[in-house]
Ligand binder design. Structure first.
Ligand SMILES: [Zn+2]
Length: 99
C-alpha cells in the first residue's frame, strides 16, 4: 500500500526530501568539518534554511496553505498531512493520479 499522503499526492515529496536532507546534513556535517567544509555555524544555517524551505515551499495547490508552517503551529496537522490525500485546511482531495 502506498502511503496516502497529500504531500506525495500533490507531487511535493521532493521538497520534503530536500528540506530533510538539508536539515540532516546541517546537523551531522559539522561532525566532520575537514571532509564537509561545514562548521557548526554554517551547519546550523543549512539546517534552518532546510526547515524554512520546507515550511515555505510545501503548499496546498488549491488554497495555498503552507502545510508545514501550519503544522509547526498546530502539531495535530502532521497526522492528516501524512495519513490522508486531502488538504487539512480546505479539505480538497488529491487522492487520484496527479500529473
Ligand atoms: Zn488546501
Amino acid at each position: 500500500m502506498a502511503a496516502a499522503s497529500v504531500i506525495r499526492a500533490t507531487g511535493q515529496l521532493w521538497k520534503l526530501g530536500l528540506a530533510l536532507a538539508a536539515l540532516v546534513a546541517g546537523s551531522v556535517a559539522p561532525l566532520w568539518p575537514e571532509a564537509t567544509g561545514l562548521d557548526w555555524t554554517s551547519g546550523t544555517v543549512l539546517a534552518v534554511a532546510g526547515y524554512a524551505f520546507g515550511c515555505l515551499a510545501i503548499r496546498c495547490p488549491q488554497c495555498g496553505d503552507r502545510w508545514f508552517w501550519s503544522a509547526a503551529l498546530d502539531a495535530g496537522l502532521y497526522g492528516p498531512l501524512f495519513g490522508k490525500p486531502a488538504c487539512p485546511k480546505c479539505g480538497h482531495g488529491f487522492g487520484h493520479d496527479h500529473a
